[in-house]
Design a protein around this ligand. Structure first.
Ligand code: ATP
Ligand code: MG
Length: 575
């Protein structure tokens, strides 16, 4: 668990840097951040961490956050992803206002900067093949070798670079490289490639370009062009920072943003890499990017995770400089915390068992008042129909109950939530299979609303629906996509993360019986089925009057338990 700051937030070294900068009036007291996704896949919970941080700091310090598509590699990027990313950032609750940018809009300026580099003798056109460049690069222990083309004249370089741009050469024939230091201890500084030839149309610039800038060149310049003050990126770019600074130092730029690295989010039982997630989609392991089991923002939205819960999770995990793995139970905990406040309570029976209340008059029915949200009286109440025949959960009855089972059993009395006390008088079984098919009960009319006037107590309260009024629906029970807590780490000896999929990550229940108020639940809305969990009306497969439900999370809060134990231990220590 993270240390907390004065405002009870997890400590955050980036916030501290920004505070120092503001104090020193660096960047003119401004805070301008950016979220720079590459549109080559859908956003996932790891991106959410970056979004919450970048947009969060902008909000906190009265600055602004740009949404910038880092679209410099046309082979993998598509408009579909651009649209999905915008939808996801908005859904998470953030607004970039007019500050929507595309690195591809800067292609002309990047090109000018590249010529500038050539003109000051800091870049050269290299004819080595990609394999040769790799071989010349050296290793961590051995210096690299200089390219034989390194000392071309400025004029020759300019001429060749212009001809690269004009499309005279085939892919891979030539590249533009920065001229830095082949003996540098940092491999990124060994004359890195900054432009390559790719005769590939771009989803925004079409056929205009056949040379494209590399990430390291394009990224720092995009940041600089936009006047970014704090450029937050994940730890794997730490070794690229000298290069980031080198370009901005040698070129004539107006703004030199500060790159700050932080540890990526890793989650147990989860894979967070677009490349790997794509494989799950392409091989049909999941139904798509928005499959409710996916850690994508669209998957989480479809599963019913509330944006506020995700934001809260991102705040609580804080930001560190060291890689770690966060327990997915914490995410689920934050989701429950939010849904507990916002999800209306309803009754639904997933595995129905019929109960006939023998002393309730046939043909009679009544409406009983039920509380919509005990956490928030403003949700009010609703009326739930009751009649002689109801369904209860199969697991709420045991013919031969063990000691701690307080629900229904032969001869035992329980409370029907919001209704009456009932007592089980008879168990009816299928003659052939011996399976219990129906229960016979009696009810006590004096216990209406769930309290006995004589003060007698029952130990169990169970949920129910009236058979005549309930409607049938499909309910999808989702579980973790991977059965191994660290599918990436476990992948060794020829096994990959694909070998650790959870075969029970989806269980489809048909014939669930739900209270009538749910019939017209709006797709995307989340409710709590009392005693079972939170469920969301699926936004793709629900039809008017016939919703399909996704289980968002169960009610079992493993993280809550961990925290409780932690607190107890601490209290004991302090005592
Ligand atoms: P992936 O590894 O999943 O393919 P990526 O880093 O290639 O992700 P980008 O589109 O380049 O994806 O990322 C946009 C921003 O989101 C970057 O600033 C990146 O650092 C950040 N980001 C990506 N994954 C994570 C993560 N797991 N935790 C925190 N930030 C992340
Ligand atoms: Mg990337």
């Amino acid at each position: 668990m993270n240390k907390q700051d004065k405002n009870n937030r997890p400590s955050n070294f980036i916030r501290n840097i920004i505070l120092e900068d503001l104090k020193a009036n660096k960047h003119g007291g401004k805070v301008i951040t950016r979220f720079p996704p590459e549109p080559n896949g859908y956003l996932h919970i790891g991106h959410a961490k970056s979004i919450v941080m970048n947009f969060g700091f902008a909000q906190e310090f009265n600055g602004r956050c740009h949404l910038r598509f880092d679209d410099t590699n046309p082979t993998k990027e598509e408009q579909e992803y651009v649209d999905a990313i915008m939808e996801d950032v908005r859904w998470l609750g953030y607004d970039w206002g007019e500050h929507l940018y595309y690195a591809s809009d800067y292609f002309d300026r990047f090109y000018e900067y590249a010529e500038q580099l050539i003109k000051i003798g800091k870049a050269f056109v290299c004819d080595l093949s990609p394999e040769e460049i790799r071989a010349y690069r050296g290793t961590l222990t051995e210096p690299g070798r200089e390219s034989p083309y390194r000392n071309r004249s400025i004029d020759e370089n300019l001429d060749l670079f212009r001809r690269m741009k004009a499309g005279e050469f085939q892919d891979g024939k030539r590249v533009l490289r920065a001229k830095i230091d082949m003996a540098s201890g940092n491999l990124n500084m060994r004359d890195p490639v900054i432009y390559r030839i790719m005769h590939v149309p771009h989803h925004r610039t079409g056929d205009k370009w056949c040379i494209y800038p590399m990430y390291d060149f394009a990224h720092c310049l995009s940041d600089s062009i936009e006047g970014i003050t704090h450029s937050l990126c994940s730890l794997e770019f730490e070794d690229h920072r000298p290069l980031y600074d080198w370009f901005l130092d040698v070129l004539e730029v107006e703004c030199h943003p500060q790159q700050i690295e932080f540890a990526r989010l890793n989650l147990t039982y989860t894979i967070l890499s677009k490349r790997k997630l794509i494989r799950l989609v392409e091989e049909g392991v999941v139904s798509g990017w928005d499959d409710p089991r996916m850690p994508t923002i669209s998957g989480m939205r479809r599963r019913g995770l509330p944006p506020a819960g995700i934001r809260n999770f991102c705040e609580r995990i804080g930001v560190a400089k060291k890689e770690s793995v966060v327990d997915v139970a914490l995410l689920e905990h934050c989701v429950r915390e939010e849904l507990n406040k916002t999800a209306p309570r309803v009754m639904g029976v997933l595995n129905p068992l019929k109960v006939v209340i023998e002393n309730y008059p046939e043909g009679q029915e009544e409406e009983l008042e039920a509380v919509n949200n005990p956490e928030d009286p403003s949700y009010g109440t609703r009326m739930v129909p009751f009649s002689r025949e109801i369904f209860i959960e199969q697991t709420d009855f045991m013919e031969d109950p063990p000691k701690k089972f307080f629900r229904l059993a032969p001869g035992r009395e329980v409370r029907l939530r919001y209704a009456y006390f009932i007592t089980c008088t008879d168990v009816i079984k299928d003659e052939k299979t011996g399976k219990i098919v129906e229960l016979r009960c009696t009810y006590d009319p004096a216990t209406k609303g769930g309290n006995a006037p004589d003060g007698r107590k029952v130990k169990g309260t169970i949920h129910w629906v009236s058979t005549r009024h309930a409607f049938e629906a499909e309910v999808r029970l989702y579980d973790r996509l991977f059965e191994h807590p660290h599918p990436d780490r476990a992948a060794q000896d020829g096994r990959t993360y694909m070998d650790f999929l959870n075969p029970n990550s989806l269980k489809i229940l048909k014939g669930c019986k739900l209270e009538p108020s749910l019939k017209d639940l709006e797709p995307g809305k989340v409710v709590q089925f009392e005693r079972i969990g939170y469920f969301c009306a699926d936004s793709k497969d629900s039809r008017p009057g016939s919703p399909v439900f996704n289980r968002t999370v169960t009610l079992r809060d493993t993280w809550g338990k961990i925290e409780k134990r932690f607190r107890k231990k601490n209290n004991r220590k302090q005592a």
